[in-house]
Ligand binder design. Structure first.
Ligand code: GDP
Length: 201
């Protein structure tokens, strides 16, 4: 898929404030600093569509981007901030839980996992929540250029193997590097296919 246009639309504090759910939508989430903004910029081919290196916890909103006038990319605030208060965390949890469970046009959530690390409990817990809520998701391993191909592949395999202990069905995953533009084509083709499916449904 070619990206012909990508523009920032709106930031919403609640699912009720999000744009009309008239076109398919793909959300991105992960631990803070996982490389989410960089990935969204890489996918859309725009240097600063999503803000990179934002202060942890600052952007606690649901950010919508309109792509090709055809679908939305949604940048969700990350989880796992060490420094945020209980009340900020509770607001985040409610916003994310409501959004993920109530957004009717949400096709899938891309959950970002840092390919430099062995499986982390916080990521596995988040996937468990998605399972509980029956929200479809895909896994995106980030920062592949930061370790050897072998180490990144090993961590990805370990993560998938860990998932297999709890999940019957393992969704498609992607290895990416925003620096090397790795994984762009695979994710955009995947979205294109999903969009076609939405058209026919
Ligand atoms: P976010 O907090 O998840 O949105 O993460 P950012 O996109 O702001 O990235 C966090 C840090 O990781 C920044 O310093 C980025 O430059 C760096 N980063 C993100 N993606 C990559 C990548 O694919 N490769 C490398 N080498 N660095 C990355």
């Amino acid at each position: 898929m070619e990206i012909r246009s990508a523009k920032y639309l709106i930031s919403s504090p609640k699912v009720e404030n999000c744009p009309e759910p008239t076109i398919p939508e793909y959300a991105f989430i992960g631990r803070s600093n996982v490389g989410k903004s960089s990935l969204i910029n890489m996918l859309t081919g725009q240097k600063s569509l999503a803000k990179t290196s934002n202060t942890p916890g600052k952007t606690q909103l649901i950010n919508h981007f309109l792509i090709n006038n055809e679908f939305y990319i949604v940048d969700l605030p990350g989880y796992g901030f060490a420094k945020v208060s209980q009340s900020t965390r509770a607001v985040w949890e409610k916003m994310i839980a409501d959004y993920l469970q109530q957004r009717p046009n949400l096709v899938t959530v891309f959950v970002l996992i840092d390919s430099r690390h062995a499986p982390q409990p916080i990521d596995l817990e988040f996937l468990r929540k998605l399972g509980e809520w029956q929200v479809p998701f895909n896994v995106v391993f980030t920062k592949a250029d930061k370790s050897t191909q072998r180490d990144a592949a090993r961590n990805a395999r370990l993560f998938i193997d860990t998932m297999k202990k709890e999940w019957e069905f393992i969704p498609q995953s992607f290895m990416t590097s925003s620096v090397k533009t790795l994984g762009r084509k695979a994710i955009l083709s995947f979205i294109e296919e999903m969009n076609k499916g939405e058209e026919n449904s």
